[in-house]
Design a protein around this ligand. Structure first.
Ligand code: FAD
Length: 486
């Protein structure tokens, strides 16, 4: 591969975004993907005519408002999927109350106040505080091209926002919330949303990240790509192919060859090698530095940092066929049960309610998940039997909350933290790579550049962290670094 060529390890959204921008700018792009399908966590699969999202199903940044890098990117590539806005975005169930999170803020407050009389005043005070943080975030040059020169210009123009970032840098969103929201029920409703959004606990989530996410619910909204999450991936693959790039499937990279501190090539599991001086790893930081690069080439400080990164949680997923009559009227597209009465938090997504092609006549396709410990699934003994028992245990818990659920559903597939790890190469089966908590987020995230010349990272191991919109931004930042060099 020549100088203006780039080899990308992994066809997750992070890797594909880099590939699409580089291919569009004339780079020769080759993507090496270990599985038979592109997308990593952002792909769809079919069972008995039901289409499921393998993992990601809730999307921000796809609409024409708010902070919308996905929308901007697909507009630029002109292969974008059609997106459906969800209104309300979530249905939250807590101690018998049902609260719907509407994009329209006043509507949301009215709904909240039916269940929690003090909600309106407390929420307005909370949103006023996070609104100030959001105002400062909106001044950031957080859009393409991500260049140092743009940041310098920003710094000079927006000097006044710096103290706000400094003050909030070490605060969690809970630190902000507790000043305005004293109702424990209201706090738990907010917490349930954050669990889904930031994949973390409200006490660990950085205030700046939390402020962005909560305000975005009402500015940009929540979307679903028609045709499923795999459509987001397919659009990027189309862009890469349209510009002469290639995706190699079932092509597992086993080594990034480094000599004298610079990338020299890749080794593949089939024994082939690729000569290249420019590699983007969309594999996790744990895999990139723990397995793909020989440790002798990685500074000890970085190795320790990566080794000590705490992963986001992992989940057990049940993919369900649901009776149409039972489902319609009873459920929204995204249903969250917050933890309570001895039952854990759970999430049920039913995109076929708004995307007709996702299920056959008379049925709906649902994805139900709840937190699961990776360590509990490591043992191979009785794996299938344990999966069956866990499935029935979880469905039994839903039955307690929604009588008739078990009899109206058929299990078509399940997924454990181990199967997520196996299919996507994600260490610990983590849903979002390293946690975006106070210790690991922002300047403490891994950057896209590495100390190895010619090796870059893209994906949820890097800033800005977990989620499809975040890895899109990570991919854009990496692409811009590469394009600026050429
Ligand atoms: C169950 C679950 C639910 C989620 N829900 C949401 C949601 O609703 N909304 C949201 O925004 N986010 C969600 N996320 C998080 C989001 O999906 C991820 O943060 C994001 O998609 C990660 O993208 P990525 O490109 O970093 O990595 P990945 O999607 O993990 O892609 C990495 C790719 O690299 C390949 N690869 C790895 N190692 C190698 C190798 N050595 N050789 C070749 N190929 C390799 C893998 O096969 C994979 O295709 C969810 C995640 C999970 C697991």
């Amino acid at each position: 591969m020549n100088r203006d060529s780039v080899a990308i390890i992994g066809a997750g959204i992070g890797g594909l975004v880099v590939g699409a921008y580089c291919a569009q700018r004339g780079f020769r792009v080759e993507v090496f993907e270990q599985s038979q399908q592109a997308g990593g966590c952002c792909q769809s699969f079919t069972r008995k005519e039901h289409r499921f999202d393998a993992a990601a199903s809730i999307f921000i940044g796809l609409g024409d408002r708010g902070y919308n890098p996905l929308y901007q990117m697909y507009k630029e590539f002109s292969h974008g999927p059609k997106s459906i806005e969800l209104e309300p975005s979530f249905k939250i169930m807590k101690n018998g109350s049902v609260i719907r999170v509407h994009g329209d803020f006043d509507h949301y407050l009215r709904d909240l106040e039916e269940h929690i009389p003090c909600a309106s005043g407390q929420m307005r005070a909370y949103y006023k505080r996070i609104g100030k943080i959001r105002k400062a975030i909106d001044r950031l040059p957080f859009h393409r091209p991500f260049r140092f020169s743009a940041q310098l210009g920003w710094f000079l123009k927006n000097f006044w926002t710096i103290p706000l970032f400094i003050v909030n840098d070490n605060r969690s969103i809970f630190d902000v919330l507790k000043r305005s929201v004293t109702s424990s029920v209201l706090r738990s409703v907010i917490e349930a949303q954050l669990q889904v959004f930031a994949m973390d606990n409200i006490r660990d989530c950085p205030a700046i990240l939390g402020a962005l996410l909560f305000t975005e619910l009402h500015r940009g909204g929540i979307y679903y790509p028609q045709g499923g999450s795999g459509e987001l991936t397919r659009s990027l693959v189309k862009t890469i192919n349209a510009h002469g790039g290639m995706i190699h499937y079932t092509a597992t990279v086993t080594e990034i060859i480094v000599r004298n501190g610079s990338v020299r090539g890749l080794k593949l599991a089939d024994g082939n090698s690729i000569d290249t001086s420019l590699v983007v790893s969309n594999a996790s930081a744990w895999s990139t530095f723990g397995k793909l690069v020989d440790k002798q080439h990685v500074p000890d400080k970085l190795l320790n940092r990566v080794h000590n990164l705490k992963p986001t949680s992992s989940v057990f997923i049940i993919y369900l066929s649901m009776e149409r009559q039972f489902t319609e009227g009873g459920f929204d597209v995204h249903n969250i049960w917050s933890a309570g009465d001895g039952l854990p938090a759970m999430m049920l997504s039913i995109p076929s309610l708004i995307d007709n092609g996702a299920a056959p006549i008379g049925k709906h396709a649902g994805m139900l998940y709840t937190e699961a410990q990776y360590s509990n699934w490591k043992s191979k003994s009785d794996y299938q039997e344990r999966k069956r028992i866990e499935t029935e245990r979880i469905l039994g818990m839903i039955e307690k909350r929604v009588p008739g659920f078990r009899a109206s559903t058929e299990v078509l597939a399940t997924s454990t933290p181990i199967s997520i790890e196996r299919h996507t190469g994600r260490d610990f089966g983590s849903i979002g790579g390293p946690k975006s908590n106070l210790e690991q987020w922002q300047a403490r995230n891994l950057p896209n550049r590495t100390p190895i010349k010619g090796l870059f990272l893209a994906g949820d191991s890097t800033f800005p962290g977990a989620g499809v919109v975040a890895v899109t931004v990570s991919g854009m930042m990496t692409a811009d670094e590469i394009l600026a060099m050429s």
